[in-house]
Each structure stands twice: as structure tokens, then as C-alpha cells.
Design a protein around this ligand. Structure first.
Ligand code: SF4
Length: 260
């Protein structure tokens, strides 16, 4: 297996949360960001890791697959994709930060099999890869964490410059965009911040098919300890706070969901 072959940390069959229909979601390992709330900390490093639980039980995270192996695995559910309007979603970590040739070859092979492809991305990726992906992806689940670059740098460890640039590229290529907004009370949920985000989208003619507002949650935080890292906790939004954000966004877009 080549050194450029990405690592995968999970393959989830029968997923119903990663785009339309029933899907297989492939989670690639490695992400350019370090979001402080990330509930998949094992997705961040591009290399294999070991998670050790309190009882000393060890779990190896990260496995390489050839493209043939991945295609064969996802083809097992081809009929279910057809019946449900589903397909395959490539996620992470950040799938668009994996080796360009590998990922493009994978999507070409899936496309040959007429499998719907969804891309779940944080937007921090080479614009060349994003643009080429528009020829193959049926839709993008696009995370926009903070419209404010200072907040983006503070809480994710990286600038939102590429996130916004790549979102414009998707719009120019008429991609189907399902926008995903993580909600962190006291940080990005106030009315002004939501309005600023919506006005940016409007000013840049971003055709969003659906806005999913995702409440911050604490599931998966135990994984930090298993990796020997310290978790950082945020406030969980109330239903009332989520509904307020939803109403605010509905002034701009009709199709808004809580939780995706
Ligand atoms: S972009 Fe996603 S995978 Fe990457 S650090 Fe942030 S939450 Fe985690």
C-alpha cells in the first residue's frame, strides 16, 4: 500500500444522517483543523493511533484500504442505495485533505458504478480538489463553523479564508449545498452572528438547499481520555436557543432543520 493511501477510521453502513436515503459513510482519518469541541478526536491525525480505555483495552484506529477494497465494500449495499435514494458519503476528518489522486480515483470508480456520492467537508481543502469534486459529488454537507475569522482561528486552529472561498467555488459550479452550522451558545448563536452569516451567504449568492443547525453535544468526549488528551467542554444549547436560531435563519432560507 502506498504511503499516500489515506487511513480510514470507520466505515458506517446503513447511515441515515449523512445525506439523503440510506448510505455508507467512509470516515477518513486526518483533518487540517482542531475544533475544540470535535467529537471525533481520533479523526484528526493523518496517521494511525491507539486508544486505551480505563481497563487497559487497546483499540487500533486507522486502517488503509485499496480503492478496490473500498468499492467492493460499498457495492454490497447497492440495492439499498437504489431503493432508498441513498449512496456513499465520504467524510472524516476531512476527506478533501486526503491524497488528491486517491480520492479522485475513488469517486471516479464509484461514479462508474452509478453510486450517488456525498461529500462531508469542513471546507479546508485545496480549491482544485473542491472544484474537480463538483463533477462527481451529488451534494456537499458543508460545515461553516464561524463567519468571523478571529473566532474561527480561536476555536478551530485555522482561518476560514479557504472555507469561504471554497463555498463560493461550489456555488459557481452549481453544487447542491447542505449547509451545516454547529451551535455553541455564547460563541456563535447570537442574533447578530447568525444574521452576519446569512447576509454573507446572500451577498455571495450561495444557493443553499438546506440549512442544518447542529447543537453542540458531549457524546464521544470520553475518546479524548482514551487518546491521552484532555477534553474541552462547551455549553449545550437548550431547545429554546435552537428554536430561536432556527427562526432567525428562516428569515433567509425556508428549509432549516435542527440536527440535520
Ligand atoms: S473539522 Fe470536523 S473532524 Fe476536523 S477537527 Fe473540526 S470537528 Fe473535528
Amino acid at each position: 500500500m502506498s504511503g499516500k493511501t489515506p487511513y480510514v477510521f470507520n466505515i458506517q453502513h446503513f447511515s441515515t444522517h449523512d445525506g439523503p436515503g440510506v448510505r455508507t459513510t467512509i470516515f477518513f482519518k486526518g483533518c487540517p483543523l482542531r475544533c475544540e469541541w470535535c467529537h471525533n478526536p481520533e479523526s484528526q491525525l493523518f496517521t494511525p493511533e491507539i486508544m486505551t480505555d480505563k481497563d487497559g483495552k487497546v483499540q487500533h484506529v486507522g486502517q488503509q484500504y485499496t480503492i478496490d477494497e473500498l468499492v467492493k465494500d460499498v457495492l454490497k449495499d447497492h440495492m439499498i442505495y437504489d431503493q432508498s435514494g441513498g449512496g456513499v458519503t465520504l467524510s472524516g476528518g476531512e476527506v478533501l485533505a486526503m491524497d488528491h489522486d486517491y480520492i479522485m480515483e475513488l469517486v471516479r470508480r464509484l461514479d462508474e458504478q452509478e453510486i450517488s456520492i456525498g461529500i462531508d467537508t469542513c471546507g479546508v481543502a485545496a480549491s482544485k480538489t473542491v472544484e474537480e469534486m463538483c463533477d462527481y459529488a451529488d451534494f456537499f454537507l458543508y460545515d461553516l463553523k464561524f463567519i468571523d475569522d478571529d473566532l474561527h482561528k480561536r476555536y478551530t486552529g485555522g482561518s476560514n479564508h479557504l472555507v469561504l472561498k471554497n463555498l463560493k467555488i461550489l456555488a459557481e459550479n452549481n453544487a447542491r449545498i447542505f449547509l451545516r452550522l454547529i451551535m455553541l451558545p455564547g460563541i456563535n448563536t447570537d442574533k447578530d452572528m447568525i444574521e452576519r452569516t446569512m447576509l454573507w451567504l446572500r451577498a455571495n449568492h450561495i444557493p443553499v438547499e438546506q440549512v442544518d443547525i447542529l447543537p453542540y453535544h458531549k457524546y464521544g468526549m470520553d475518546k479524548y481520555a482514551k487518546l491521552g488528551r484532555k477534553a474541552i467542554y462547551f455549553e449545550v444549547p437548550s431547545d429554546e436557543q435552537m428554536n430561536e436560531v432556527k427562526s432567525e435563519i428562516e428569515k433567509f432560507y425556508d428549509n432549516v432543520t435542527i440536527g440535520g
